[in-house]
Design a protein around this ligand. Structure first.
Ligand code: PAZ
Length: 307
């Protein structure tokens, strides 16, 4: 399996900013080496169909889960590496997505100020954002393609390994299971005058295996399992746990993912829900998920110290 993983990495291009990003991650891990650090992955992945990419495969994930969870982890004292797909939701700014910044500002003399009707919404978010910036507790790492994501995931995991049990991995990104190996991909845009195209997709190796067993074996690793068929959800979450032997799988269904998740461990299952009432008063399911994970992660750290 290790050689299959190595072959896979050898076949896909390294992201353009890789060396610089690794240094940033290293510095961040050193700076917060006495704290708890969570790596949150967020958003979907782009799977190129051509080397000079015009077309690609994608998925639905907007990064709501990852960006909201990042804010709640920050509120709970974590330092966060936010590995997210470029142009997906980001912490703090997500609260204003769908609004044009130009509608939120007005000119006053030589200054630009936030319009009065927006102050109530902007001020508290800005305050939290500034506090996080001042502590340097958030490192934002963007990716766009599946390949970039996998290179950055491994690099960040290997650097987080030094934290031992204080590292938490929260793998909320919706990562493609399928790709076209670069060797099988056309260089240029596929031409429609050549007629219909048959595309053969290969399996992306499952990275959770090496991640848990060798990249950072002492960390608290949480993966997500998304299904659309309820009858498969829990059995697949349990199967992931027995296969990869990590700590927890968060199971969710596409349609109800904002209202209900199930935390699945080797010996128990716990449902977390948000009612319509809670939701309309601004309670996010990620607040409840991260509260529960904080408890479990702290118990894990304490138990690891006793070993
Ligand atoms: O990004 P989003 O908020 O729209 O969706 C979140 C999610 C459903 C992608 C996440 O909760 C999840 O289940 N991620 C793992 C998906 C999977 O590979 O099974």
């Amino acid at each position: 399996m290790t050689s299959q993983i190595e072959e896979f990495y050898a076949s896909i291009a390294v992201p353009s900013n890789f060396e610089e990003t690794k240094k940033q991650i290293q510095k961040f891990c050193e700076r917060h080496s006495n704290q708890k650090i969570v790596l949150v992955t967020s958003g979907g992945t782009t799977v190129p169909l051509e080397h000079n990419m015009v077309r690609y495969l994608d998925n639905f994930s907007a990064g709501s889960r990852g960006s909201a969870s990042t804010e709640h982890f920050l509120d709970r004292g974590y330092a966060v590496i936010f590995l997210h797909r470029l142009n997906s939701f980001e912490p703090f700014v997500r609260h204003f997505s769908g609004n044009s910044i130009l509608d939120m500002l007005e000119a006053k003399g030589d200054d630009l100020v936030v319009r009065r009707e927006w102050v109530g919404a902007v001020a508290p978010v800005l305050q939290r954002y500034r506090a996080v910036r001042a502590d340097g507790r958030l490192l934002s790492v963007p990716f766009s393609t599946l390949g970039d994501y996998l290179w950055l995931l491994r690099a960040a995991s290997e650097r987080l390994a030094a934290l031992g049990p204080r590292a938490l991995l929260y793998l909320a990104a919706a990562v493609s299971d399928f790709y076209i190996p670069p060797a099988d991909m056309p260089v240029h845009k596929m031409q429609s005058d050549a007629g219909p195209v048959n595309i053969s997709l290969k399996m992306v190796p499952k990275m959770l295996g090496p991640l848990v067993s060798s990249w950072l074996p002492r960390a608290y690793v949480v993966s997500f399992k998304l299904e659309t068929d309820e009858s498969l959800l829990l059995q697949k979450a349990r199967r992931a746990l027995t296969t990869y032997r990590h700590k927890l799988v968060i199971a969710n269904l596409l349609k109800t993912r904002k209202e209900r998740v199930v935390l699945v461990t080797a010996d128990a299952e716990q449902e977390i829900t948000v009612t319509a009432e809670e939701s309309s008063s601004g309670v996010e399911i990620e607040a409840k998920i991260t509260a529960e994970l904080l408890l479990r992660h702290e118990q894990f750290i304490a138990a690891s110290a006793g070993r």
